[in-house]
Design a protein around this ligand. Structure first.
Ligand SMILES: Nc1ncnc2c1ncn2[C@@H]1O[C@H](COP(=O)(O)OP(=O)(O)OP(=O)(O)O)[C@@H](O)[C@H]1O
Ligand SMILES: [Mg+2]
Length: 346
């Protein structure tokens, strides 16, 4: 007869391939029960968007298969996202939000908003609790891309409530500007607007809050990175020759602000713009390359119509690229939250 200790010992031999630690010491195995030849337990991943579920499943079954005496294995899959660690004297976290992820670029028009919106919806589809904050004072277009009309909700003075669309929560700096108002906010006013949207909105419980930044090293980006704890930044770049220079500037900005960089995404890969430039830039800068998105008419149409392609055409190759990207970003985020915690806990 197999006993619990034998099962645990076998499971200690299974590593999370990204975190390089065994799944028992990571507290991923919960409520283990052995009933005759039936072994059952919960396997709690570090993100519902885990790209390695199948690998872990395979490794677990392999390890238990070697024990002998086990007829059946019942795994109840779950996920628990860990929040970014708060540093003393550092920026304060947003209430209820585990990880703020900034989407940025040095250049305009490279697809930040498109990536932010589809990344957010993809993470939501994978089972995470997600919000998106449009902090682009120069041209807030997240509401259009999500198909929501402006107007921030305040219920009986109970604070500001985000709107919901395609399974995610959304707030735009555009909501606090009456329609048609030219963008005249400057410096400190931009900072206070962004700060209000981060800290005064009732986000509820979120695993990930994706922030769509304006291009460049503007006041909104700077003030945001100083006013809230940012788990990490995703840099969007096109494949052109200048991509390296652009990526360098964006990486430099986050480095100076002490914000970790999850990696670089290449958007608009195509015969027209080329391919691989962002990957080369990532290699040269020593940051992760998170994936590439093709130049594809459905991506643009999804943005214009308020039906993000990942929601409108979930089975399309483009939607699959966004899902893979979301998994990569979530994995980078998990790795960072578990870094510096080397060695077994149990
Ligand atoms: N991969 C793609 N394929 C086709 N069209 C795309 C793709 N990515 C973005 N676009 C389109 O390119 C335009 C610019 O994209 P987007 O608004 O997301 O860029 P941005 O970096 O947020 O711009 P800004 O700097 O002005 O905020 C939009 O019309 C969008 O639909
Ligand atoms: Mg934008």
């Amino acid at each position: 007869m197999v006993d619990q200790q034998q099962v645990l010992t076998a499971l200690r031999g299974v590593q999370d391939p990204e975190l390089h630690r065994d799944i028992v010491s990571l507290n991923m195995v919960r409520n283990l029960a052995v009933d005759g030849g039936l072994v059952s337990f919960e396997l709690v991943l570090t993100t519902p968007a885990c790209p390695l579920r199948e690998t872990i499943d395979h490794d677990v079954r392999d390890a238990l298969g070697a024990v002998g005496g086990i007829d059946d294995i019942a795994i109840d899959w779950g996920a628990e996202v860990r929040g970014a660690a708060v540093r003393e004297g550092g920026p304060k976290p947003i209430q209820g939000v585990k990880n703020v992820i900034a989407v940025a670029s040095n250049k305009g028009g490279v697809g930040k908003s498109t990536v932010a919106v589809n990344l957010a919806v993809a993470l939501g589809q994978l089972g995470a609790k997600v919000g998106v904050l449009d902090a682009d004072i120069t041209g807030p277009n997240v509401p259009t891309m999500l198909g929501i009309k402006g107007g921030i909700q305040s219920e009986g003075g109970q604070g500001l409530h985000p709107l919901e669309a395609h399974g995610i929560k959304a707030v735009s700096i555009g909501f606090v500007l009456p329609a048609g108002t030219p963008v005249v906010w400057r410096g400190p006013m931009i900072g206070s607007g962004v700060r209000q949207l981060m800290h005064d909105v009732d986000w509820g419980e979120l695993d990930y809050l994706i922030v769509d930044l304006p291009p460049g090293t503007s006041d909104a980006s700077m003030s945001m990175c100083q006013d809230a704890l940012i788990a990490g930044a995703v840099i969007v770049s096109t494949p052109q020759m200048v991509a390296l220079e652009d990526a360098k500037k964006a990486v430099g900005m986050f480095d100076r602000l002490g914000v970790p960089i999850f990696g670089i995404i290449e958007n608009m890969s195509s015969d027209v713009f080329g391919r691989g430039g962002a990957r080369d830039a990532a290699d040269e800068l020593g940051v992760e390359f998170l994936g590439e998105l093709p130049l594809d008419v459905h991506i643009r149409e999804g943005g214009d119509s308020g039906q993000p392609v990942v929601a409108a055409q979930p089975d399309s190759p483009v939607a699959k690229s966004f899902i893979e990207l979301a998994e990569q970003v979530a994995a980078r985020c998990s790795v960072l939250q578990y870094a510096g915690e080397a060695g077994a806990l149990a």
